[in-house]
Design a protein around this ligand. Structure first.
Ligand SMILES: Nc1nc2c(c(=O)[nH]1)N[C@H]1C(S)=C(S)[C@@H](COP(=O)(O)OP(=O)(O)OC[C@H]3O[C@@H](n4cnc5c(=O)[nH]c(N)nc54)[C@H](O)[C@@H]3O)O[C@H]1N2
Ligand SMILES: Nc1nc2c(c(=O)[nH]1)N[C@H]1C(S)=C(S)[C@@H](COP(=O)(O)OP(=O)(O)OC[C@H]3O[C@@H](n4cnc5c(=O)[nH]c(N)nc54)[C@H](O)[C@@H]3O)O[C@H]1N2
Ligand code: SF4
Ligand SMILES: [Mo]
Length: 720
C-alpha cells in the first residue's frame, strides 16, 4: 500500500517542504513539495537523504554500554537507571558543577529534544552548560540581548524586497542560509539582481555565492571589524546618519567620535580592502532605496565577533534600513518565544553572571563558552568537571582544539551521549542512548520560524512509528529528569520506564492557540495544532512587517545603540589594531598563513558523511591555497601537505585555486573520521582531517567567549 506524507526537512535552517512517498513501509521517493507555502518545491541534495539516515545500517537502535570487552546492548530500564544513578552520585560527591552538559546543533532542529533537554539541563543545576552556540551565533544573540532586549530578536534580511545586499562571512549557496531561514536562496538572489538590485560578498575566498555576486571583495580574515568601522566612518563623514526617536542622539555622537578614528585609508592595509572600495560600497549602500548588511558565521567566529555584529546592526539602524521593508525586520512566528506574555517565552538572555572556573570566560544565557570545556575537565581542583552528558553533538570534531578535548573526554569518570552514531565523540561515552530518527518523530520548527524571511507555520507528523523499543530524544530526557528528581528526594527508582502526560505536541498546541495567530492573538486566525494538522503544506502568515517599538524587549522600548560592555571592548580593539599594523609593516603575513573554514552543499557539519550518495565526486576535505602561494612552497595540485598551528598538525591534500586570497588557506570542518573505535563505515572511506585539530581553544572573542576560528595562524609545508 502506498501513501504520501508531507513534512519539513530538519537538516539545515531552510525548512524545505518535502513530499515523501512510502510503499510497503519503505520510502520510495523524497521530493520538494511544490505546494509548500514557504519553500515552493525547493530542496537540496541532503533532503532526500532522510531516507538513508533512517535506513543507515550503522545507526544505533539500542542503548549501549561500554565494558572492558567492548560495547554491549542493554535495556532502556537498565541504561536509564544506571545513567541517572551515576550522575547523581558524582554530583553528590563533587558538587553539581562536576557534571557538564553539551548540546549540539541538531537539537535546535528537534523541538522535543529542545523542550525536554532544557528541562533536564535545568535539573542538573550545574553552571557547566555548553553548546554549539559558542562556536557559532553567540555574538548575534548577545548583541540582540543588549541592543533590542532579547537574545532571539535577531534582525532578518528582507531578501525578497531589498535592492542592496551586503553579505560578510556567509556563503548561503552552500549553507542554504543561516539566521536567515530562506529556502531557495539562489533563486531569490537572482531575483534581486533581476529587479535591478545588487549583492556584494565580502569573504577571503571567492565562494559559490561570491561567484554569482555583482561584486566580491577579498578581506584578510579576522579584520571585518575594521572594515565595518570604516564603513560607518564614511556614513558619518558624509552626513548620512539618520536620527530617530527610537535611539539616543547622544549615543550617535559617541559612536561617531569612535568611528572617526578608523578612516578607510587607516584600515586598508590591515583589511586588504582598498579605501576606494570601502567608500564606494558605503555610498552605494546608503543611496539604495532599501539595503541590508548581513554577517554570518565567518564574522561571528572572529576575535571581535561581537563587535562585528554590533557594527552590522548599527549600519542597518543608522541608515534607516532597520525595521523597514527591504531592510531588516523581526519575525512574528506562530509560537512566539519572545513576547514576555507568551507561554513559550524564552529567557531574554543574561551576561557574565558567572564565569568559567579556569579562564574566567563570561556566561551567556546560563551557558559557558565551549572553548573552555576541555580545560574545565583537565584542570584539577574544586569545581572540576568529572562527568559529561552530550546530546546531538560531536564536539571532538566541531570545537576548537578537538584533540585536546579527546584527551579530556578520556579522563572523565563518566560520560553519556544521546546520539544514534558511534562517532569521534560518542566513542568516549560509557553509555550511548540512541533516539529515534527524524522520520519517526513529529516536528514543529520552534526556532527557525523565528529567523525566517517570511512568517509561516507547519506541523510535520511522523512518517513511521518508532521501531519497537525505540525512544524519542524527549522521552529519554523526560525519564532521566524524573529519575534524577527521585534520587534527589531519596526515593527508589522504578523498574519500568517513567511515562509522562506532557508531550511536545501538547505543549505546542497550547502555545499555538495562545500565540499571535490564536483566538485571542493580535492576528486572529484560529491557529491551533488541529489547523496545522489539516494544512499539510503549511499555513502562510504573511511577509515580515515593521513591528517597532512594540516588539522591542528593552525596558524603555528603545534601541540601545552603545551597550556598556561594547564600549569596554574598545581598548582591546585598538590594541589589536596596533598589532595588526605592526604585522603589516613587518610583512609578517608572508611567513605563514591565516586559516579559515568552509562548508559544502553536500555536507552538514560533521554528521552526514555516512550517506554514500552525498560522498560521491571530488575529494572535499582539502587545503585550498592560492597558486602563487603554492608555487612559492613548491606545492603541486593534490600533493600531501602538512599544516601546523600552535596546537596541532594535520596532513591534507592541496587544492590550488585562484578563489583563495593570497596568504589565506581554507579547510572544511567536520572531517577527521579516520579514528579507531567509531562505526561510520562510509565516512571512514572519506575520512579527511579535522580543521579543529588546528584551531585554538585559547583564541576566542574575549567579549562574548565565542570561538574565533577565522584567521588561525598556520604554517604550511610539503609532506615529502
Ligand atoms: N551544506 C551545509 N549547510 C549548512 C551547514 C553545513 O555544514 N553544510 N551548517 C549549518 C550551520 S550549523 C550553520 S551555522 C550555517 C552557516 O552558514 P554560513 O554562515 O553561510 O556558513 P559558511 O558557508 O561556513 O560561510 C562562512 C563564510 O565565511 C567566510 N569567512 C571565513 N573567515 C572570514 C572572515 O574573517 N571574514 C569574512 N568576511 N568571511 C570569512 C568563509 O570563507 C565562508 O565562505 O550553515 C548551515 N547550513
Ligand atoms: N572550524 C570550524 N568548526 C566549526 C564550525 C566552523 O565553521 N569552523 N562551525 C560550527 C558550527 S556553526 C556548528 S553549529 C557546530 C556543530 O557542532 P555539533 O553540533 O557539535 O556537531 P554536529 O556535527 O552537528 O554533530 C551532530 C551530532 O548529532 C547527532 N544527531 C543528529 N540528529 C540528531 C537527533 O535528532 N538527536 C540526537 N540525539 N542526535 C542527533 C549526530 O549523529 C551527530 O553526532 O560546529 C562548529 N564547528
Ligand atoms: S536546503 Fe536544507 S532544509 Fe532544504 S532540503 Fe536541503 S538540507 Fe533540507
Ligand atoms: Mo551552526
Amino acid at each position: 500500500m502506498g501513501s504520501t506524507h508531507y513534512r519539513s526537512c530538519t537538516l539545515c535552517e531552510a525548512m524545505c517542504g518535502l513530499r515523501i512517498e512510502v510503499e510497503d513501509g519503505v520510502v520510495t521517493a523524497i521530493r520538494g513539495d511544490k505546494d509548500d507555502h514557504f519553500s515552493r518545491g525547493h530542496l537540496c541534495a541532503k533532503g532526500p537523504e532522510l531516507k538513508n539516515l533512517y535506513e543507515d545500517p550503522d545507526r544505533i537502535k539500542h542503548p549501549m554500554k561500554r565494558t572492558k570487552d567492548g560495547w554491549v546492548k542493554v535495556s532502556w530500564e537498565e541504561a536509564l537507571t544506571e545513567v541517572a544513578t551515576k550522575l547523581y552520585e558524582i554530583q553528590e560527591k563533587y558538587g553539581n558543577d562536576s557534571v557538564a552538559m553539551y548540546s549540539g546543533n541538531p537539537n535546535v532542529h528537534n523541538y522535543g529534544s529542545m523542550l525536554f533537554g532544557q528541562r533536564f539541563t535545568n535539573r542538573l543545576k550545574t553552571k557547566n552548560v555548553f553548546s554549539a552556540t559558542s562556536v557559532d551565533q553567540l555574538p548575534h544573540q548577545l548583541l540582540s540581548y543588549w541592543m533590542f532586549g532579547h537574545q532571539l530578536l535577531v534582525p532578518i534580511p528582507d531578501i525578497d524586497n531589498t535592492n542592496f545586499f551586503l553579505i560578510l562571512g556567509g556563503n548561503p549557496f552552500a549553507s542554504n542560509g543561516s539566521l536567515m531561514t530562506v529556502p531557495d536562496v539562489k533563486k531569490r538572489l537572482k531575483e534581486l539582481q533581476e529587479r535591478g538590485g545588487k549583492y556584494v560578498v565580502v569573504d577571503p575566498r571567492k565562494t559559490e555565492t561570491a561567484s554569482h555576486a555583482d561584486e566580491h571583495v577579498f578581506i584578510r580574515p579576522g579584520t571585518d571589524v575594521y572594515l565595518l568601522l570604516a564603513f560607518l566612518h564614511v556614513l558619518f563623514a558624509k552626513n548620512l546618519i539618520k536620527k530617530n526617536e527610537l535611539y539616543s542622539s547622544e549615543e550617535i555622537q559617541q559612536i561617531g567620535n569612535f568611528v572617526g578614528e578608523f578612516s578607510p585609508t587607516k584600515v586598508e592595509k590591515v583589511t586588504g580592502v582598498s579605501s576606494a572600495s570601502i567608500e564606494r560600497l558605503a555610498m552605494e549602500y546608503a543611496k539604495a532605496d532599501a539595503a541590508v548588511c548581513y554577517g554570518r558565521v565567518g564574522v561571528s567566529t572572529q576575535p571581535f565577533g561581537a563587535l562585528c555584529q554590533w557594527l552590522i546592526n548599527l549600519i542597518n539602524i543608522l541608515t534607516g534600513n532597520f525595521d523597514k521593508v527591504g531592510g531588516v525586520l523581526f519575525t512574528l512566528p506562530a509560537v512566539d518565544v519572545i513576547d514576555p506574555k507568551s507561554s513559550m517565552r524564552t529567557s531574554p538572555g543574561s551576561f557574565n553572571h558567572f564565569q568559567s572556573r579556569v579562564r574566567k570566560l563570561p556566561e551567556f544565557n546560563e551557558e559557558l563558552p565551549v572553548a573552555a570545556l576541555s580545560e574545565e575537565i583537565l584542570t584539577p581542583g574544586e569545581g572540576k568537571i568529572h562527568a559529561l552528558v552530550t546530546s546531538a553533538g560531536n564536539p571532538v570534531l566541531s570545537t576548537p582544539n578537538g584533540s585536546q578535548l579527546e584527551k579530556a573526554l578520556d579522563s572523565l569518570d563518566f560520560m553519556v551521549s544521546v546520539d544514534f552514531y558511534l562517532n569521534e565523540t560518542t566513542k568516549h561515552a560509557n553509555y550511548i542512548l540512541p533516539p529515534t530518527s527524524a522520520l519517526e518523530h513529529d516536528h514543529y520548527d520552534l526556532i527557525f520560524n523565528v529567523f525566517a524571511v517570511r512568517n509561516t507555520a507547519k506541523y510535520s507528523p511522523p512518517v513511521f512509528a518508532p521501531e519497537d523499543g525505540m525512544l524519542h530524544d524527549w522521552e529519554i530526557f523526560s525519564d532521566l529528569t524524573k529519575r534524577l528528581e527521585l534520587l534527589r528526594s531519596k526515593k527508589s527508582l522504578p523498574k519500568e520506564r517513567i511515562q509522562t502526560r506532557l508531550t511536545p505536541e501538547s505543549i505546542i498546541d497550547f502555545a499555538l492557540k495562545g500565540g499571535p495567530y490564536g483566538a485571542n492573538g493580535k492576528k486572529q486566525m484560529g491557529m491551533s495544532l488541529e489547523l496545522l494538522k489539516n494544512s499539510p503544506h503549511g499555513v502562510d502568515l504573511g511577509p515580515l512587517s515593521p513591528s517597532l517599538p512594540e516588539r522591542l524587549c528593552t525596558a524603555d522600548k528603545k534601541i540601545k545603540l552603545l551597550p556598556t560592555e561594547v564600549r569596554k571592548d574598545f581598548p582591546r580593539l585598538k590594541q589589536k589594531f596596533q598589532n595588526w599594523e605592526a604585522d603589516v609593516k613587518k610583512e609578517d603575513f608572508a611567513k605563514g598563513f591565516l586559516l579559515i573554514g568552509r562548508r559544502h552543499l553536500r555536507n552538514n557539519n560533521s554528521w552526514m558523511h555516512n550517506m554514500p550518495k552525498l560522498m560521491t565526486g571530488k575529494e572535499r576535505c582539502t587545503l585550498m591555497i592560492h597558486p602563487e602561494d603554492a608555487s612559492r612552497l613548491g606545492i603541486q595540485e593534490e600533493e600531501e601537505v602538512i599544516v601546523e598551528s600552535r596546537v596541532g598538525k594535520i596532513h591534507i591534500h592541496a587544492e590550488i585555486t585562484e578563489d583563495m586570497m593570497r596568504g589565506v588557506v581554507s579547510i572544511p570542518h567536520g572531517f577527521g573520521h579516520g579514528q579507531n573505535g567509531t562505526n561510520l563505515n562510509v565516512a571512514a572511506q572519506h575520512a579527511g582531517a579535522s580543521i579543529n585539530d588546528l584551531t585554538d581553544d585559547q583564541e576566542v572573542d574575549e567579549l562574548s567567549g565565542n570561538a574565533a576560528f577565522s584567521g588561525i595562524p598556520v604554517k604550511v609545508r610539503k609532506a615529502s
